[in-house]
Design a protein around this ligand. Structure first.
Ligand code: RP5
Length: 164
């Protein structure tokens, strides 16, 4: 990572409610394990729309590379974020009263033109969104690339060859 990116958050992590943190802390922990700077906030597209606009302006000014947006229910946070910026948006559907199926469909079913790369519901999606961000950043930052290669090699070591 270059000197500049060491100081600045290069990933923005937003979630619709404080209640999403239990899941999204897995995303932040994953970013942290790759020493990636992130800026994490509670921002709701419908409860705090002004906060969302302000955050996106800040991200553009700071040259944030990726925004990860998590929400549950009528989960429009990722889509509205993507509509307001050209920074790539990764969406994490959070479990809901409908088991997250509503969140998944609201996040993934973007009409053509404004994409949101959508991940699995819940913890797996939170972790994979971070790993996907790591993968994108690894094409620019060799130290992140090395860490990602080490992470993958660990699977080889950790997964038993036999099931018994
Ligand atoms: C969404 O509504 C949030 O992302 C959260 O997943 C869900 C419920 O929010 P709370 O009522 O717990 O604040 O906007």
């Amino acid at each position: 990572m270059n000197k500049d990116s060491k100081k600045k958050p290069i990933v923005g992590v937003i979630m619709g409610s404080k209640s999403d943190w239990e899941i999204m802390k897995n995303c932040c922990e994953t970013l942290k394990s790759f020493s990636i700077n992130y800026d994490v906030r509670v921002i709701s597209a419908h409860r705090t729309p002004k906060r969302l606009e302000k955050f996106i302006k800040e991200c553009e000014k700071k040259n944030t590379k990726i925004i990860i947006a998590a929400a549950g229910g009528a989960a429009h946070l990722a889509g509205v974020t993507a509509a307001l910026t050209t920074i790539p948006v990764l969406g994490v559907p959070i479990e809901s009263v409908l088991k997250g199926i509503d969140s998944l469909l609201s996040t993934v079913q973007m009409p053509a033109g404004v994409p949101v790369a959508t991940f699995a519901i819940g913890k797996a999606g939170a972790i994979n969104s971070a790993l996907f961000a790591v993968g994108i950043l690894s094409r620019t930052y060799p130290d992140i690339h090395n860490k990602l290669k080490r992470y993958r090699l660990n699977f080889e070591k950790k997964v038993p060859k036999k099931p018994f």
